[in-house]
Design a protein around this ligand. Structure first.
Ligand code: 1HE
Length: 266
């Protein structure tokens, strides 16, 4: 499968690739506020399974229209009148897509705007960096819709904001935005233009060695799932491989030669 073929295969996502290895994957159902229907979820499984192997060094996850993502396609869900096992299997496909993102080893930077709600927040929380603008707002309206989260919020959103805040968001429909959203951990950046900043962060990430990024964007998440003892062991194994990789030698030499950039506060 080539990148060009993948680009042609998807309908609800748009894929753009740049010379520096940065891909932009755009949710492209703005008329439906980028609500995630089952077809879009399948496209995400496909794209995020293949991006790393097809050369993506970093990914900007963007959205067409005024809103990042309105979550589960409520109209499809209403019309499908699903049985419990149907919805369980659908959730497992959401997990497949979002696990490919979180554990796939390619940095994903979400350029957020407008509504990042319900399953849209579950999607955003599977990215490695979240960039919000001043119009971005976060909520889990499942409680008010008679629903429950099914795309990993109980793990990833709870991880970002803590259990008490997540419960409050679901019980009361509380909406977070602006600096408060950053303070509680829903976004790491609050900027004028989330797309511009996400592209900058992606380009910067793509300059790292791919194996280093793989460890950052896969091993850390895996280690969070382990006991401290096992995580420390796994960390030593990953560091053994990453920290002795051949391409790192030139970077270490540059430091020793005093030609490499120093860490400065500006
Ligand atoms: C949708 C959806 C959707 C919009 N499914 N079609 N998610 C929610 O509860 C969010 C529901 N959506 C909203 O609250 C609002 O639509 C928005 C704040 C996102 C945007 O408002 P607005 O005024 O710009 O748009 P709108 O007029 O509400 O909707 C425009 C169209 O998008 C309209 O379709 P149209 O064919 O009548 O034009 C809407 O039906 C459609 N649309 N949101 C389907 N979500 C794995 S479990 C995950 C659990 C959940 O995610 S629960 C869902 C939570």
């Amino acid at each position: 499968m080539s990148v060009e073929r993948l680009k042609q295969e998807v309908q609800n996502l748009r894929i753009e690739t740049e010379e520096n290895g940065v891909w932009t994957i755009t949710l492209a159902r703005p008329a439906k506020r980028n609500a995630l229907d089952s077809h879009t979820v399948e496209e995400m499984v496909e794209v995020f399974s293949k991006a790393g192997r097809l050369g993506a060094k970093a990914i900007v996850l963007a959205a067409e229209g005024d809103h990042f993502c309105a979550g589960l396609d409520l109209i499809e869900h209403h019309d499908a009148d699903r049985r419990p096992e149907d919805f369980m299997h659908l959730c497992l496909r959401w997990h497949e897509a979002f696990n490919k993102m979180e554990y796939g080893g390619v940095p994903i930077i979400a350029a957020l705007k407008g509504a990042v709600v319900g399953g849209g927040l579950e999607l955003a929380s599977a990215a490695h960096i979240r960039v919000a603008d001043h119009g971005t707002y976060f909520a889990l309206p499942e409680g008010q819709r008679g629903l429950f989260t099914g795309g990993g919020a109980t793990i990833r959103v709870a991880d970002l904001v803590g259990k008490a805040r997540m419960v409050d968001m679901m019980l009361t429909g509380r909406v977070y935005k602006g600096l408060e959203a950053v303070d509680v951990g829903l976004a790491q950046y609050l900027v004028e233009d989330s797309m511009v900043t996400a592209r900058e962060l992606a380009a910067r990430s793509a300059d790292n060695l791919p194996l280093t990024n793989f460890a950052i964007c896969s091993a850390i998440s895996h280690m969070q799932n382990m006991s401290a003892l096992d995580a420390a062991y796994a960390e030593s194994v990953v560091a053994g491989i990453v920290n002795t990789q051949e391409p790192a030698r030139a970077r270490l030499k540059a430091f020793a030669d005093k030609t490499a950039a120093r860490v400065r506060p500006e």
